[in-house]
Design a protein around this ligand. Structure first.
Ligand SMILES: Nc1nc2c(ncn2[C@@H]2O[C@H](COP(=O)(O)OP(=O)(O)OP(=O)(O)O)[C@@H](O)[C@H]2O)c(=O)[nH]1
Ligand SMILES: [Mg+2]
Length: 295
């Protein structure tokens, strides 16, 4: 039997639900999500295997206008993903996105890429059905999308239709990855991201944006079904180190416990998680630090 396959970039403004969509498509958490913009910082592959198809999705950081070196590198990553795919899946929010600056930038790169483009209007669970039609209409005036599908990535509405729309545009091709492979990212990356996600949820203001996480050691003991992890949270200033640790170490304990519980669930193993905080001065605006931290 011949196989349909292809690469699909999931792009869009920040915080519209790109990573939520990737996870829901795969039925498995591959990318972290949060209510704050700029959660995703890297390009993350997620592979979906159907009976007769393989879809390789690429989740990307939200495209936006920025001066920060870290965010510039994120936007570059997102734009670069367009050159390596067959189909572009643009995810947007509801009416607040239609005339946004971000969308203008994105439509420009979309035009330049000149590839099949599907628009997914996300978070439709938040509005009444009768308000949807005018939103679809305003989006359809902006660009000649090959297809426009309203969805709720969180609740799964419209995802079957969206999957079919993607499938229609795949071509006969090779199986790019063996079926047991779900992502191109390492266990170390996934664990570091889970810790980073907890920081996004538990801390305030600039702290999530000044934090980066690196897993420095990961040892598995299959006999005892145990994983031993040592990870470092990098922040930019000494005062931020204090905030991450919290009074009597309460904050770091909370982040560590929440991360550990989730890592245990994902890997079905007991986890020892050692968390350390280090200051790497202004890492988010230093090219060398950015590279070292994986951005
Ligand atoms: N109500 C509702 N919320 C959603 C839906 N999809 C995502 N969200 C929420 O929107 C927020 C952002 O979701 P993410 O998946 O992190 O968004 P993203 O586009 O990957 O964001 P960045 O990586 O920062 O660009 C989270 O709080 C999600 O729970 C949806 O269909 N309905
Ligand atoms: Mg994301």
């Amino acid at each position: 039997m011949s196989l349909l396959s292809g690469f699909i970039a999931i792009i869009g403004p920040p915080n519209v639900g790109k990573s939520t969509l990737l996870n829901k498509f795969l039925g498995q958490k591959i990318a972290i999500t949060s209510p704050r913009p700029q959660t995703t910082r890297n390009r993350i592959l997620g592979i979906y295997n159907g009976d007769d198809c393989q879809m390789v999705f690429i989740d990307t950081p939200g495209i936006h206008q920025t001066r920060s070196l870290l965010h510039k590198s994120m936007v570059r990553t997102a734009k670069a993903s367009l050159s390596e795919v067959d189909i572009i899946l643009l995810v947007v929010g509801l009416e607040e996105c239609v005339h946004s600056k971000e969308l203008k930038i994105i439509l420009r790169v979309l035009k330049k890429a000149a590839k099949p483009a599907i628009l997914a209007i996300n978070k439709i669970d938040l509005i009444k059905k009768e308000h949807l039609l005018p939103i679809i209409e305003s989006y359809s005036k902006l660009y000649r999308f090959d297809s426009i599908i309203p969805i709720s990535a969180l609740y799964g509405d419209g995802l079957e239709t969206l999957r079919e729309e993607v499938k229609k545009r795949l071509s006969t091709g090779p199986q790019f990855f063996p079926p047991e492979i779900r992502t191109d990212k390492s266990e170390e990356f996934l664990i570091a991201e889970i810790i980073r996600e907890k920081i996004y949820y538990e801390t305030r203001e600039e702290l999530p944006y000044s934090s980066a996480v690196v897993v420095e050691r990961l040892e598995e003991d299959p006999e005892r079904n145990l994983i031993n992890v040592m990870a470092v949270i990098y922040v930019e200033k000494a005062s931020q180190k204090g905030m991450i640790i919290g009074k009597n170490g309460r904050m770091i304990k909370k982040i560590g416990t929440k991360a550990r519980i989730e890592i245990e669930r994902i890997f079905s193993a007991k986890v020892y998680l050692g968390l350390f905080v280090k200051v790497e001065k202004k890492w988010s605006s230093d090219t060398r630090s950015l590279r070292r931290l994986g951005y």
